[in-house]
Design a protein around this ligand. Structure first.
Ligand code: GUN
Length: 285
């Protein structure tokens, strides 16, 4: 019998605990925790994500400042804003919702986020520290996945983990985190040969490629743990990167879409914002 890892319930309990920590922080340091959220343009999915992130801030008691820029905003304008928030003592965390419009160089913008306020863990310093195994802010989706695996008491040491997708946001950092957990990690991508065979050897399979129901039952080993990072908008509603109905017949654990990884990303963002604020008051993690 497969078990469903309920990201919605887990994220709720994380937010409930955090609510208390945030309240204690405010009483101890006599100030708010503040997250600045930058959204450029009208990408409908990004608008939904940002709305949900702001809602989560309200729930846990983090103050959010939202900066909505027109699609036509210039790279210089976005950089100026990011730099001024990085230098603003009242701001604990900065989130630049990706993707940015095509005329804006994401790397240039992300490099202007102070690493201490980089709640997404997207800056070179945080990614470099993750690679080196040093304390850092880890990007939200990968950290949320590890939290899910640990909450289900899934043993990771020595397991074959296969990650499909090599994005900076998910594929690369989750591979590093699984390596840190002593998994043997294989990263698959669009040029990988014989992807079915590689996936069917996975004890832990992470689908983060952004293709609707790409992972079919013939790609999954009996008893595997499958984590679905995909959020694809289809005519039939939100679908993951995994053919859930068929794949779940073979798995030991699986995450649903919606209600799996998505809410965990947001709960982890709240945790990261709290950590950034605490570090500003108390020093290193
Ligand atoms: N776009 C897709 N996922 C993310 C995320 O985790 N953070 C930000 N800032 N943008 C995203």
């Amino acid at each position: 019998m497969t078990k469903i890892i309920d990201g919605k319930a887990l994220s709720q309990s994380i937010k409930d605990q955090l609510k208390i920590s945030v309240e204690n922080f405010k009483n101890k340091y006599n100030r708010d925790i503040t997250l600045a959220v930058i959204l450029v343009g009208e990408n409908p999915a990004s608008q939904v994500y940002v709305r949900n992130k702001i809602k989560a801030c309200e729930y846990v008691g983090i103050k959010s400042l939202s900066y909505k820029l027109e699609e036509t905003a210039t790279e210089e304008e976005v950089i100026e804003l990011t730099k001024s928030l990085s230098n603003d003592n009242k701001i604990d965390g900065i989130l630049v919702q990706l993707p940015l419009p095509k005329h804006i160089n994401e790397d240039m913008v992300l490099s202007c986020i102070s690493p201490e306020k980089d709640v997404d863990g997207f800056t070179s310093i945080n990614i470099g520290n993750l690679l080196l195994g040093k304390p850092c802010i880890v990007s939200c989706t990968p950290q949320g996945i590890i939290t899910m695996l640990k909450s289900a008491n899934i043993e990771l040491t020595g397991k074959n983990a296969v990650v499909i997708g090599r994005s900076n946001i998910v594929g690369k950092p989750i591979s590093l985190l699984l390596l840190k957990e002593n998994c043997t990690v294989t990263i698959c991508h669009s040029k990988t040969k014989d992807i079915e065979k590689i996936c069917s050897n996975a004890d832990i399979l992470i689908a983060a490629l952004g293709k609707t129901q790409f992972v079919k039952e013939n790609m999954v080993k009996e008893g595997a743990v499958v984590i679905d990072v995909g959020i694809n908008r289809t005519e039939n509603g939100l679908k993951g990167d995994v053919d859930f109905d068929n794949v779940s017949k073979k798995t030991s654990y699986i995450t649903p879409v919606p209600g799996g990884v998505g809410p965990m990303t947001i709960a982890t963002l709240m945790e990261n914002t709290y950590k950034c604020a605490l570090r500003r008051e108390e020093g290193e993690f």
